[in-house]
Ligand binder design. Sequence first.
Ligand SMILES: [Zn+2]
Length: 169
Amino acid sequence: MTCEKLQAFLPDMLLDPAHVPADARQHLRECSNCERDWKELQNTMLLLDTWEVPEPSPYFDTRLAARLREEKLAGSPGWMERVRMRLLFGSNLQLRPLMAGAFALILVVGGGSYAGFVSLNRPIPQQQQKVSATVKDLELLDSNAQTLQQLAAFDDTSVDSSAPSSLSN
Ligand SMILES: [Zn+2]
């Protein structure tokens, strides 16, 4: 057997020694180069056996869970909450009806796709994804109701402010 042929048998000698032909073993005993290669391969495998995957720090899971909870709490209101706050407490009062109308339109047009977009971009398990989509729908309904209330309130105030003048006439 040549050295080249024996090299092809080296993995078999490790993994499946029973199927290695006798002349390969014979070559190992006679050829110091191949014997050295064989020893090196064995040592490498022994080294790999002793290697252990490092354990994560005991606080890793706790910290990750806390971080996830924070993200969940902080992330869910998102831009919708910010726009609503701006709508409620913004200083541009003359823009309010315009913003309210635009906001209602955004909710109607973009609401469904927004919920889908969010759940697509977050690696949430299937079941939670359904729940969060439902929660999002409820939030949208709630926001819509509030927007409609604000629109109605604006109509009321505009009627009220014009009421005295119409009464005096
Ligand atoms: Zn050899």
